[in-house]
Design a protein around this ligand. Structure first.
Ligand SMILES: Cc1ncc(COP(=O)(O)O)c(C=O)c1O
Length: 358
């Protein structure tokens, strides 16, 4: 029998638990209200509705490996140039390619609790990961900035999954300045910022920081989770390297085409933000204060602390066709936390009713 010899980082690699119907062991069922994935509550923009016939012509064609048109569209949307953009099979592919290209066995700092793939990708490259525990980076900003120089790369999720906390652009600039001064990579994940407060984004600061890499995803903000389209922004040098090491044809032609169409749905994002603000308040105000504490969120999801165990809650709620994210797998949280996405009013009403019955 062939003896498989793998590097220790590969042998020790653990997949990261996520939300979503399939992770919960469920099949696709339109009855299930999925509060466990933080996808746009309005779904995708109407601009992509009629694309199926058109995209079927692409089924037998190899896609453009460089996602040229989509990168041009994104460049216009973000007011950068196309050579500052890489497109990935979801944002997750880009986290792994970034880590492969730039991390190696160096030191990486991650504020926790946060999205688990940064750590998994960094460890796969043999990086030494340290944590900075915080439930609100704005409050702990000076302390965090002090710890930057000892590292080769920092990962910041903004707004942060799962807390929903948005670090202000002012505080992000403190982080970027300290990291640039110390030649530290700053990886800033803005996958949720379009559904929160885009004016706090650091995309407009990209030209000032050659150590800055920004991650975005169309899977969430444009409701295209099934198509897997993410992108990253960085210096031409960084993007050149990432474009060289990615697998060819990493994003299907159908996904590229539909993502292009989605970009014209800017008013969809404005509508989404209004709904998120209104419904997030509704959820916060309606969820019983005695049993549950809602963490202050500026994002399209809310972290809820409860006296009841997360697994028990998830099990009870799924019987009512409601799927919530059990957050016990997030480093820095325990088994008393769940996360719920902000969805439409009637869905949120059902969630509140069932939560308050627990
Ligand atoms: C903060 C954050 N970044 C990136 C991703 C990955 O996004 P994608 O679906 O585009 O791979 C997720 C998915 O949950 C996420 O929560």
């Amino acid at each position: 029998m062939l003896k498989l010899r793998v590097a220790p980082s590969v042998a020790n690699h653990r997949t990261v638990p996520h939300g979503g119907i399939y992770s919960a062991g469920l099949g696709f069922d339109p009855k299930i209200m999925d509060f466990s994935s933080n996808v746009n509550p309005l779904g995708f923009p109407s601009s992509v509705r009629d694309t199926l016939k058109e995209t079927s012509a692409l089924f037998s064609v190899y896609p453009d490996s460089d996602s040229t048109q989509l990168r041009e569209g994104l460049a216009k949307y973000l007011k950068v140039t196309k050579d500052q953009i890489i497109v990935g099979n979801g944002a997750t592919e880009i986290i792994y390619n970034f880590s492969k290209a730039f991390l190696g066995k160096k030191r990486v700092l991650i504020p926790i609790p946060t999205f688990g793939e940064y750590e998994a990708a960094a460890r796969l490259e043999g990086s030494k990961v340290s944590y900075f525990e915080t439930m609100n980076l704005n409050q702990d900003i000076d302390e965090f900035v002090k710890s930057i120089p000892k590292n080769h790369c920092i990962f910041i999720c903004n707004p942060n999954n799962p807390t929903g906390v948005l670090t202000s652009q002012k505080n992000m600039l403190k982080i970027l300045e300290a990291s640039q001064k110390n030649s530290v990579f700053a990886f800033v994940d803005e996958c949720f910022i379009e559904m929160s407060s885009p004016k706090e984004s650091v995309v407009s600061k990209l030209h000032k920081f050659d150590n800055l890499f920004i991650l975005r995803s169309m899977t969430k903000s444009f409701g295209l989770a099934g198509l897997r389209v993410g992108y990253g922004l960085g210096s031409r040098n960084m993007i050149g390297i990432l474009n060289r090491i990615k697998i060819p044809w990493n994003v299907s032609g159908i996904s590229q085409n539909i993502a292009m169409k989605a970009l014209s749905g800017k008013s969809h994002l404005e509508k989404t933000r209004k709904l998120v603000v209104r419904e997030r308040k509704f959820l916060k105000d309606s969820i019983s204060k005695t049993k549950f504490q809602c963490h202050d969120s500026q994002a399209n999801f809310i972290l809820i602390k409860s006296k009841i165990g997360a697994k028990y809650m998830q099990k009870k709620l799924i019987k009512k066709n409601i799927l919530v994210r059990d957050c016990s797998s997030f480093k820095g949280l325990d088994d008393k936390f769940i996360r719920v996405a902000v969805r439409t009013h009637s869905e949120n009403q059902k969630l509140v009713r069932e939560l308050n019955k627990l």
